[in-house]
Design a protein. Sequence first.
Length: 149
Amino acid sequence: MDTAKKGKIISMTILNYGNLLSEMEKYVEAEEQYKKALELQPDTVRTRYNYARFLRKTNRFNEAEEQYKRTLEIDPHFLPGLINYGNLLSEMEKYVEAEEQYKKTLGLQPDTVLTSYNYARLLFITDRLNEAEEQYKKTLEIAESKNNS
């Protein structure tokens, strides 16, 4: 096995170990593993994304925001990153930026029920009631079409 492939396997193992520790609520140890994985492979979308999710889970929103940005610099079309970054921005009450992320996601994959729902919710929260109504209707159409296929 070549060195690059071996390094990737080790990095993914460390990342998944970090995910396990996070699930077990062993946050200090989990973060150590995420940082090790990032040292080995700093430009891996999956590693940055999982670290961003961890930071959000531990209420470190500003750090999570930075990691989501770095994730999307590596792959601007990474849908889970776009979706979760939009959700984080909404949670941080950065509604304009959240809307941009939801629109990007829906532009790449218009039949994403959860993103459509989150976008409708954002419109409702920001008192854009007519737009929210239309987006909720679209969300229902998407959900119903997925149930019928």
